[in-house]
Design a binder for this molecule. Structure first.
Ligand code: TPP
Ligand code: MG
Length: 565
């Protein structure tokens, strides 16, 4: 009899991931997963080593969003695990499919709290923040653990899944035959959820009876990659639409039905609002408040039945995946049955024209130092001809102005702070790695600082990322004063005249300091042509921003007097 060959847990994890088409890992190496990172690379997987697990996790989350396959983040036990958890929770909140795999310490010692190296009951710590959390305690269960994590991450509403692998499991060995039988190739992990025909008919009736219908597209609609059906149906109805931030470009922002330039008017006036992959959360003021018409009726297309009626009553829910729902709507809508009235379209167009003119005046002004408009205009113009470019946009004013100024022309190309307002370089790296396309990351100076060290990662892997740091010397503004009268800087102030461009030069990247739109344009153009990691310090007027950007209404104020802005 031939001697049986043994295989270890490390190898089984790599085999299980590869068997299921997962080819990329984002992480930070250390005990007990160092050999897992090496083995993954040796076995042909792409491994991207970061400087902090949170950035690695953000990269994994956005990779999941872009590919519809779970993005994998690999972390060490306890502190590395917790660093990654922010990104896992962010994935769950934003409905990105992601799996955080973490090594963990000796269960027997951890459970008796005897003070192990990096001791933490990680699976239970992860549970409240994850869509699902699993722990593998035997090597023969690795295949099942990976399969369950994949199903949980991508099925229904996607989310973040935690998979705990103990050091013992990684090091354990198993007979080769038993090991290969233990692996699971998942079948149909994100099965179509076809909505009922009654729900589709009900929605069509509500929309056909509407006088002033409006569609709101959320990032769920972008995630679905049902771009052709979505566009065809929206165009067949003539209904105006508003894209949420990451849904911009699903239909181009310059599409005649895009009502973004008349946002306040359409929210106030619409009598029927159809949400497609968009939740009525804080980003839409919960569908309540002064910007919403109280009498509006709602149609909602969502993959999760539990989303329905969460904030406003939904007259016509369509529960199903967006792709199936759009196909069903296309099939069931008779030509001409739903037609947005021309009076409604004309009224919207009149508002759009006014607002577009106002925006143009702001973009045409050329103040010195640059303000947000004049700097963003450079990117708006460049991106208009380059739909291949990913735009990552984070910060407060930098984010809010960026969303309004930069038109998107292709689906899933705008990646931003999202539901939670996160910041850092993770999305830029994840997008560059996943697509190979150029990425422009437009970051507030505070936003950039959350993970500025990841420029070393960008340079090490030679990623085509152009970072524009909108340097206004602070969180929101750079001109606040110490209310105690002392000489220390105010809480929202960052270093004045910092030269962020010098940082990337330490790693062989290219730095520019741009003080006007011409030099900014030249720098971005050169960076895109060279595909070299680049950081542009964009000097922005420290008084140009507003506190909390465009969400001042959410910022409680104390009795402290506010200096004039
Ligand atoms: C992890 C985290 N910590 C803190 C915040 C609070 N916060 C919101 S915006 C922001 C930074 C805004 O400054 P900047 O990025 O420079 O943008 P600006 O408004 O100056 O353009 C901060 C710290 C946050 N959103 N996330
Ligand atoms: Mg700033």
């Amino acid at each position: 009899m031939a001697p049986s060959v043994n295989i270890d847990g490390f190898q089984l994890v790599v085999d299980a991931l590869k068997l299921n088409g997962i080819d990329t890992i984002f992480g930070v190496a250390g005990i007990p997963i160092t050999d897992l990172t090496r083995l993954a690379q040796a076995e042909g997987m792409r491994y991207y080593g970061f400087r902090h697990e949170q950035s690695a996790g953000y990269a994994a989350g956005i990779a999941g969003y872009l590919t519809r396959k779970p993005g994998v983040c690999l972390t060490v036990s306890a502190p590395g695990f917790l660093n990654g958890m922010v990104a896992l929770a962010n994935a769950t909140t934003n409905c990105f499919p992601m799996i955080q795999i973490s090594g963990s310490s000796d269960r027997a010692i951890v459970d008796l709290q005897q003070g192990d190296y990096e001791e933490l009951d990680q699976m239970n710590a992860a549970k409240p923040y994850a869509k699902a959390a699993f722990r593998v305690n035997r090597p023969e269960d690795i295949g099942t653990g990976v399969a369950r994590a994949i199903h949980a991450a991508v099925s229904g509403r996607p989310g973040g899944v935690y998979l705990d692998l103990t050091a013992d499991v990684l090091a354990a060995t198993l007979d080769n035959d038993i090991a290969s039988r233990s692996l699971v190739k998942v079948v149909d992990p994100a099965p179509a959820q076809i909505p009922s025909s009654e729900s589709v008919q009900r929605a069509i009736k509500v929309l056909a009876d509407a006088q002033r219908p409006l569609i709101i597209l959320g990032k769920g609609a972008a995630y679905a990659q049902a771009d052709d059906d979505l566009r065809a149906w929206i165009e067949s109805t003539g209904i105006p639409y508003l894209p949420m931030s990451m849904a911009k470009g699903l239909l181009p922002d310059n599409h005649p039905q895009c009502a973004a330039a008349a946002r306040s008017f359409v929210l106030d006036q619409a009598d029927v609002v159809m949400l497609i992959g968009a939740r009525l959360n804080w980003l839409l003021a919960h569908g309540k408040g002064s910007q919403w018409s109280p009498g509006a009726k709602f149609v909602q297309v969502d993959v999760a039945a539990t989303e329905i009626d969460s904030n406003r009553p939904i007259a016509a829910p369509i529960v199903g995946d967006i792709s199936s729902a759009m196909k069903s709507l296309r099939e069931a809508t008779k030509p001409g049955r739903i037609k947005a009235a021309s009076a409604w379209i004309d009224a919207i167009d009149a508002h759009k024209q006014q607002n577009v003119k106002r925006m143009q005046q702001r973009l045409d002004a050329n103040p010195s130092p640059m303000n947000f408009y004049s700097a963003l205009r450079v990117f708006r113009d460049l991106i208009a001809g380059r739909p291949d470019i990913y735009v990552v946009n984070e910060g407060a004013n930098t984010l809010d102005f960026g969303r309004n100024v930069i038109d998107m022309h292709a689906p899933r190309k705008r990646l931003d702070s999202g539901t939670w307002g996160v910041m850092g370089m993770g999305y830029a790296i994840g997008a560059a790695v996943t697509s190979g396309n150029p990425v422009i990351a437009i970051e507030g100076d505070s936003a950039f600082g959350f993970s500025g060290m990841e420029i070393e990662t960008i340079c090490r892997y030679q990623l085509p990322v152009v970072i524009a740091v909108f340097n206004n010397g602070g969180i929101y503004r750079g001109d606040d004063i110490n209310r105690g009268g002392g000489s220390e800087p105010a809480p929202t102030v960052l270093m004045k005249d910092a030269r962020y461009d010098k940082l990337i030069e330490a790693f062989g990247g290219v730095g520019y300091n741009a003080t006007d739109p011409q030099s900014l344009k030249a720098a971005v153009t050169e960076a895109l042509a060279s595909r070299k990691p680049t950081l542009i310090n964009c000097v922005i007027d420290s008084t140009a921003g507003t506190e909390s950007g465009h969400i001042q209404n959410l910022n409680p104020k104390s009795s402290l007097s506010t200096p004039k802005q």
